[in-house]
Design a protein around this ligand. Structure first.
Ligand code: PLP
Length: 431
């Protein structure tokens, strides 16, 4: 969160000054509306220029056999080709036999895992989760909306804990899981989390891996979607959750997910699942009921495109070159326009795809509504909370990667005006 500048907090203004400030913001907002903007900060997806970085994929693979002589055009190889499993095992700090390389979406793998847990139970379950009286998941908030939608689709209850800068509030999590056997799992986005950019520290990861849980088959769904998506020179290393969990006697607790959606093509990448070898066998056992093998042609062309794990890291630096300036503009506009006024706090992520903006409690929905009427689409209020309900109506997720740089600036200037107008209205009403 940025340090306050010397600007005067709005809450310190007199009633008259506040009313004048509100009128100024209203005039600025009216001017904004007259511009007929059409901007969008909702989409956490790569820009066209980012996708272009991977276009050599379209000319690959060179040949049709992998290093083991497997004809990748044919059926088979349920767990994915060896070379891509080795490449991403290296990057994710796990062993190749702990990795499955699948289709293009890690979210699909997450849905499959929850479906399998629901229908069959995990390797350490007493019974399928569907036969439990109640199943509850811990959701660190703010978090990823699709995680929450997935749970609600299964009728899984949710309990929230704060997502801090170093990860989920581990005391709160440990307390909940120790006494409630219905709590069967939790989501964690460990690196540059969506939307706060948090990085789970080694200490928090170790606590989550080792804590006593009332449910014997408690699962940490470790969604490392942004493992390599650094925005600065300082490249965070994700905690090695599988080793930590195994070392504390819970080898099947963590299941890791990742993909190349935001490395190569969001619609045509390769997704990965990693877990204990038993978990891998459990997963592929179920997978084999409905699949004969993944798209190995795509896996081989990814292997050839990257060349090595270092090739992935080098490629991510090119992404950084394209998107870091957009994050810099978000920071610049927010600190210039809102710094020191006591009406907003925001994250300065060192990686990932989002900035999490907290406005005055009770004003987030108003800000988003104002922005919409001025032609700037923002992620719906409450989206980062289960059920779409932000209890404080304070959080707004900003996604600056997709629009071009000038559009990011124009959108952020508009967002700042909307934040100021909503805050002024709120404070005037309360004064
Ligand atoms: N997990 C998180 C935390 C995400 O933010 C996203 C996309 O925004 C995904 C998963 C989707 O991953 P995939 O494209 O591999 O399905």
């Amino acid at each position: 969160m940025p340090e306050p500048t010397t600007a005067q907090p709005l809450a310190d203004l007199s009633t008259e000054e506040l009313a004048r400030f509100r009128d100024e913001q209203q005039a600025a907002y009216d001017g904004l509306r007259d511009q007929g903007l059409k901007l969008d900060l909702t989409r956490g997806k790569p820009s066209t220029a980012q996708l272009d970085l991977s276009d050599r994929l379209l000319t690959l693979p060179d040949g049709t056999r992998d290093d083991d002589g497997v004809d990748v055009r044919n059926y088979g190889g349920l767990a994915g080709i060896r070379q891509i499993r080795e490449m991403f095992a290296d990057l994710l700090w796990v062993e190749p036999e702990q990795v499955v390389a699948g289709g293009n979406s890690s979210l699909v793998l997450m849905r499959e895992v929850i479906t399998d847990l629901w229908l069959k139970g995990g390797v350490d379950s007493e019974r399928p989760w569907s036969q439990e009286e109640r199943v509850t998941f811990i959701c660190p908030v703010p978090g990823y909306d699709r995680h929450f939608t997935l749970l609600s689709w299964f009728g899984i209850d949710t309990v929230t804990v704060p997502m801090n800068e170093d990860g989920p509030d581990a005391d709160a999590v440990a307390d909940l899981v120790a006494k409630d056997p219905s709590i069967k799992g939790m989501w964690v986005v460990p690196t540059y989390s969506n939307p706060t950019g948090s990085i789970v520290s080694q200490e928090i990861a170790a606590r989550l891996a080792s804590m006593e849980t009332a449910a014997p088959d408690f699962k940490i769904l470790w969604d490392n979607a942004y493992a390599f998506h650094h925005l600065t020179e300082e490249e965070a290393k994700s905690a090695d959750i599988l080793t930590l969990a195994a070392a504390s006697g819970h080898p099947h607790r963590a299941i890791m997910f990742a993909s190349t959606s935001k490395i190569t093509y969001a619609g045509a990448g390769v997704a990965f699942l990693a877990g204990s070898t038993e978990t891998v066998a459990w997963y592929t056992g179920h997978l084999g009921k409905g699949a004969i093998g993944p798209d190995k042609v795509n896996q081989l062309r990814h292997v050839q495109f990257f060349g090595s794990p270092q090739g992935v890291r080098d490629h991510m630096r090119k992404h950084r070159g394209l998107i870091a300036p957009k994050f810099a503009v978000v920071e610049e506009v927010l600190s210039d326009r809102l710094g020191g006024l006591g009406v907003a706090r925001w994250t300065r992520p060192s990686g990932g795809y989002f900035v999490s903006l907290d406005v005055l409690p009770g004003t987030a929905a108003r800000v988003i509504g104002l922005a919409k009427d001025a032609g700037v689409a923002l992620t719906p209020a409450g989206a980062a909370f289960p059920g779409g309900h932000d209890p404080d109506d304070t959080n707004i997720r900003l996604a600056p990667t997709f629009p071009e740089l000038p559009e990011v600036r124009a959108a952020m200037e508009a967002v700042a005006t909307c934040v100021l107008l909503a805050a002024a209205e709120h404070l005037v009403a309360a004064s």
